[in-house]
Design a protein around this ligand. Sequence first.
Ligand SMILES: [Zn+2]
Length: 449
Amino acid sequence: MKVKLTVIILPLFLAALAVLRPAPIAETETGNLEVIALDPGQDLNTLRLNFPLDPLLADGLKVYFLVERKYLEAIRESGYVFTIETGRFEKQKEKSLRLKADGAGGLNGAYHSYRELAAELRSLAASYPVLARLYVPGRSLENRNIYALKISDNPALREDEPGIALLGGHHAREWISVEVPLLIGRYLLENYHRDNRVRDLVNSAEIWIVPLVNPDGLEYSILNYRLWRKNRRLNQDGSYGVDLNRNYSYQWAYDDIGSSSKPSSAVFRGTGPFSEPETEGIRKLFHNHRMSAAISYHSFSQLILYPWGYLDQPTEDEALLRSLAEDMAGLISRVNGRVYQTGRAASSLYLTNGDFADWAYGFFRIPVFTIELPPVDLLRGGFLNSESDIEPIFQENLPAALYLIERVVASYTSSGARAVPFFRRELEKKRESMVKDRPGAAFKGKESR
Ligand SMILES: [Zn+2]
């Protein structure tokens, strides 16, 4: 998400801050978090790219970040003027920790931990053996499974049907993005026998539910530091984490705005495209199974984004992508009245290179959307959705996902060779502009500006 300089009020800032846990970053011996406040007139984007800062809130006058104490001096030396505001929030912090410790359901409440998710996926596959099959296209650095639940009639067979992938949990702290694809999958299975529309879609498509691309990061977010974003790679400089949504191959490292070469950055792209086993698992899944569309769920901002993300230019398919996004936004708003803005990723949110959506579109030429789930801004909680948010956010996203599956099924032309459902084109002619989908290939894009 982006640092939005929306005007907000202090109590909500306190609420967001209250998830702070003492000594949260285990890899830093002297590590301790501070809250710093900066004047938004400074170049905060560059600051964020150069230091592992987590944006908390903006109140119109100041922008607040969480940062490890050890970076304070370097930030100051880089010319940034800030004040340390940590002390103002100690009380809220303690109060919140007491509440959490007393609460039931674990630290993450109704949200799924890796273990809980694994158990639920296994249980769904076991309960619906005729409709679902659990795959593990990859494993994480810490050896957790990247699960992909395939939902279709004859799930053990590879049929001539379009694949649609629903992904979540690229970013550790975006817990709601795990729940939405999982609940959509569960809905399809539970309603197959009672809803003709669901049955038709499941019979004529292969729906892949991949709720948690970054299991190590999620566990770290639950147990150590709620606002963790990246995976848990130990980088060469001693910092941790690669931003998995900057680690895909298409236009990887295109510039240093849409991702960072600095390991400590929150948007560190990794040492090469698909350097991380988590993204490699997704790459395998897409190469082994024909996908015709995909949605990658994130939070927050209430946006439906389509490529490109690396460059603020339209794709050749912009008109179609825009109309699909607008249709989905219309369906979403009808459920709870919430508005999701639509737009090209690069112009709507911020530049990103090496993200999943650019890769899936750029390499496979399929419609791909990044849906930034609620809330709309930090005022309403940022990454910190409540447990009671899960159901309404799932409910509003369900019709949009069903609609996309339906459109893909309707436009799917089966062919013995290779069907290119939405974007039928002469791939040969495009070959030189397509990147090689292989780590280490020479397609690092332009030198940074
Ligand atoms: Zn995200």
